[in-house]
Design a protein around this ligand. Structure first.
Ligand code: ADP
Length: 459
């Protein structure tokens, strides 16, 4: 066990601030890196030290340049690097290089990442331990004909998916053979553009499933616990926008079965650090593993509120070498992990829902947030005068509410959104309000097609 003195955060925006806060509470010095385009960003000034990454080819490259990041980490004598989400967080090569340089990577080992980072590979691991997966072909397909062969047996609709996929990209639903060739090429080119990897596989498309995922924490000694599930079914274009816990659309037996399968999978790869195991639940109530995310997720806030466990601090202490049941991490057993009450996270983005969620940019002329009991806000550049640039993700703020019942939590979430005043840049605030006020949402029973099926949400 080695307490860290200094941690470098290889990320930006709200998650960089989230990690800086966790470090500060643990008495750890923080080093931020930033691109020229982030010169005015808030996270930069929240860190103890911040360094401009120069000589890169664009705003995103600064956060992806392994050589520059590792050499800075060595120069500034940091003990560890936290990758946040996105950027280098799922890059096994980066994890390996950190390990080689003697810098702790706050995440799983590179071999675990290789095993679970790819969607095809992780399905094979799931099958090997009898965790149910969606029927499909667990190897890359090299032509649309292979998908057609699969559809002949399994029937349409089918889903073409990028093995390296993320953020809902590189995914196509095919309902008819005549569309197959076109969709195959478009999935492949989208995946190549987004991930530099056009590997595509095929599986059955599930109609109107729920997206249920399980938060996992594992230490370096083989101990793994789950921190219950999150319902992330409210999505647009296969991207989450509202997440909550506990799920209202599964029974207690289903919850236990899903969490048990998540643990089984995490144990199969001896998983270390924080991770999320994602499942789809079909209309019959059967669950199927879809992918594992070996990193902290945007929606980790809801789990923190109901369990009282600080996930980012836990990540850091696991990387320091503490076992889960140490006094520092203080997760003595699975039974000791309790979920109390409800939490709902709304992703406030700088997008125009009425214009295909087109990102907007500019200066935040007015930015007045909500506060009060049961409201947690996480933001990157949310302040009056804050500049929203076109270079990065459009997430402006995460508003997470917490209360005893789902209905109380929903009302709190609604109140918080209505209390916010944001001018100068278009946001999806009114759209989120419409979702929270919808009867389907009130029932807590929305599936992943909810937004597509309810055009009135856009009014
Ligand atoms: P990403 O890594 O891009 O987030 P995921 O594999 O996690 O992709 O899937 C994202 C979303 O896409 C799921 O929550 C679900 O809504 C939809 N999806 C993925 N696979 C299927 C499938 N086989 N059938 C129906 N929907 C799916």
């Amino acid at each position: 066990m080695k307490k860290f003195n200094k941690v470098l955060i290889a990320n930006r925006g709200e998650i960089a601030i989230r990690i800086i806060r966790a470090c500060q509470e643990l008495g750890i010095q923080t080093v931020a890196i930033y691109a020229q385009e982030d010169k005015m960003s808030l996270f930069r000034s929240k860190a103890d030290e911040a360094y401009l990454i120069t000589g890169t080819t664009g705003p995103v490259e600064a956060y992806l340049n392994m050589d520059k990041i590792i050499s800075l980490a060595k120069k500034k004598e940091v003990d560890a690097i936290h990758p946040g989400y996105g950027f280098l967080s799922e890059n096994p090569e980066f994890a390996r290089r950190c390990e080689e340089e003697g810098i702790a990577f706050i995440g799983p080992t590179h071999t675990m990442m290789e095993q679970m980072g790819d969607k095809i590979q992780s399905k094979i691991v799931a099958k090997s331990v009898n965790v149910p997966t969606i029927p499909g072909v667990e190897k890359p397909i090299t032509s649309d004909r292979e998908a057609a062969e699969f559809a002949k047996v399994a029937g349409y609709p089918i889903m073409l998916k990028a093995a390296a996929g993320g953020g809902g990209r590189g995914m196509r639903i095919v309902r008819d053979e005549k569309d197959l060739l076109k969709e195959y090429h478009s999935a492949m080119s989208e995946a190549t553009k987004a991930f530099g990897d056009g590997t595509i596989f095929v599986e059955k498309y599930l109609e109107e499933p729920k997206h249920i995922e399980v938060q996992i924490l594992g230490d370096a000694y083989g101990n793994v616990v789950h921190l219950f599930e999150r319902d992330c079914s409210i999505q647009r274009r296969h991207q989450k926008i509202i997440e909550f816990t506990p799920s209202l659309s599964i029974s207690e037996e289903q919850r236990q079965a899903i969490c048990a399968d998540a643990l089984k999978l995490a144990k199969a790869v001896n998983y270390r650090n924080a991770g999320t195991i994602e499942f789809l639940v079909d209309k019959k109530g059967d669950h199927y593993f879809i992918e594992m995310n070996p990193r902290i997720q945007v929606e980790h806030t809801v789990t923190e509120l109901v369990t009282g466990i600080d996930l980012v601090q836990s990540q850091i202490m696991i990387a320091e070498g503490y076992p889960l049941d140490s006094d520092e991490i203080n997760i003595k057993s699975q039974e000791g992990v309790r979920s109390r009450g409800y939490a709902i996270q709304c992703r406030v983005t700088t997008e125009d829902p009425k214009n295909h969620f087109m990102p907007d940019t500019g200066r935040l002329d007015v930015y007045r947030t909500a506060s009060g009991a049961g409201i947690r806000l996480d933001t990157g550049n949310g302040f009056t005068g804050g500049e929203i640039t076109p270079y990065y993700d459009s997430l402006l703020m995460k508003s997470t509410s917490y209360s005893r019942t789902f209905e109380d939590t929903r009302r709190k979430a609604l109140r918080a959104l209505k209390e916010m005043q944001i001018e100068g840049v278009q946001t999806n605030k009114d759209f989120l309000i419409n979702v929270l006020e919808h009867d389907m949402f009130k029932s807590g029973n929305c599936d992943t097609k909810f937004i597509d099926d309810h055009p009135e949400l856009f009014n």
